[in-house]
Design a protein around this ligand. Structure first.
Ligand code: MTE
Length: 326
């Protein structure tokens, strides 16, 4: 694992460098072989068991009508890949860590507080939050800043439903997502790899875009812990790190909020972080991506599309220099 000292002095493993591809591929291959019995190892077998446990925390079904506007002809990423190759630093910095350690997260009971510049601040329990609008299944591509992507059937509803309910004041220009910060449940919080809690933000008009999904499930089930149970954002036109997991607070604010990766490395991760093949990360290109599951020697790289192909958001950025506001 490569560690770089960030400008603020924190030892920062940069996401794309945490686990080089060859390492994670051979690790996955190793896990697969152990699972198939071709390598016998007690501790590895235990690891595979823990992985299976974390993948299906009760495997509670979650009903949702498929929204045809967000159906997709693309092959979906397998449930296994989507739940064992994760970024969730509260559970470790290795892609395989969350599947193995996130079983300590308790997604119920859960409350979410919505406050700040709103006329109707409220604290909702999970059931009330889930009942706020009809659940939809939407197949979205998610593109990580590290250069890989997945296609996942998410379940949730547009965040705009919640925004309408709390009635933002005229001062509300941005929205801040604050995620769980509990060392008892999240072993990774003991490491200063990021400033905790993990925070993210959007401009209010971005948050109100119908594509911005408040998500409670995937693949017909409630969210597995490692994917951000019990409630997370999914913003398909932005790099994956904008989609905050395990949210406990949503705050409406006047000024642009700080965000976890921007605090850690401001020159590398901007506030907007729209998927943009024309704006390279300072240390690697963003012009193409690898689809998780399409592993192997001959796997082709795909061209990354502006806004990850979700061109309907373009009008949010009219007149902005997206090289400056990266
Ligand atoms: N949310 C929290 N709370 N903590 C995190 O470390 N990682 C982000 C994002 N949300 C992260 C988070 C990053 S870098 C990515 S790419 C996506 O979650 C990954 O989501 P997935 O594991 O469901 O694919």
């Amino acid at each position: 694992m490569l560690i770089k000292r960030s400008p603020n002095g924190i030892d920062l493993p940069f996401s794309s460098e945490i686990t080089p591809r060859a390492v994670f591929e051979s690790r996955r291959d190793f896990i697969r072989k152990v699972a198939l019995g071709s390598i016998a190892s007690g501790s590895m077998l235990e690891m595979v068991n823990r992985e299976a446990f974390a993948q299906t925390p009760g495997a509670q079904k979650l009903a949702a009508a498929a929204n045809p506007a967000y159906a997709s002809m693309e092959k979906k990423t397998s449930f296994k890949d989507a739940t064992t190759y994760n970024n969730f630093y509260e559970f470790g910095t290795d892609k395989a860590d969350p599947a193995m350690t996130a079983s300590s997260l308790r997604p119920r009971p859960w409350t979410i507080t919505i406050d700040g510049e709103v006329k109707k601040p409220m604290t909702l329990d999970l059931d009330s939050l889930m009942k706020l609008a009809a659940m939809e299944e939407r197949v979205y591509r998610l593109r990580c800043v590290e250069g890989w992507s997945m296609v996942i059937p998410w379940i949730g509803y547009s965040l705009s439903n919640l925004i309408k309910k709390v009635e933002p004041t005229a001062n509300a220009r941005y929205i801040e997502f604050i995620t769980l910060d509990d060392k008892k449940q999240m072993p990774g919080l003991r490491s200063p790899v990021l400033e905790w809690p993990y925070v993210e933000g959007l401009r209010l008009d971005e948050a109100n875009h119908p594509l911005a999904l408040l998500s409670f499930g995937m693949y017909g089930e409630v969210l597995p812990n490692q994917n951000g149970a019990p409630v997370r954002m999914v913003l398909p036109w932005k790099y994956g790190f904008k989609s905050a997991k395990s949210i406990v607070k949503i705050r409406f604010v006047k000024d642009q909020p700080r965000t976890a990766w921007n605090i850690a490395a401001p020159s590398e991760y901007g506030f907007y972080s729209n998927v943009n093949p024309d704006v390279d990360h300072p240390r690697w290109s963003q012009a193409s991506e690898r689809r998780i599951g399409e592993d192997g020697f001959l796997a082709r790289k795909r061209k990354t599309l502006m806004f990850n192909g979700y061109s309907e958001v373009a009008s949010l950025y009219t007149g902005m220099d997206l090289k400056k506001f990266y």
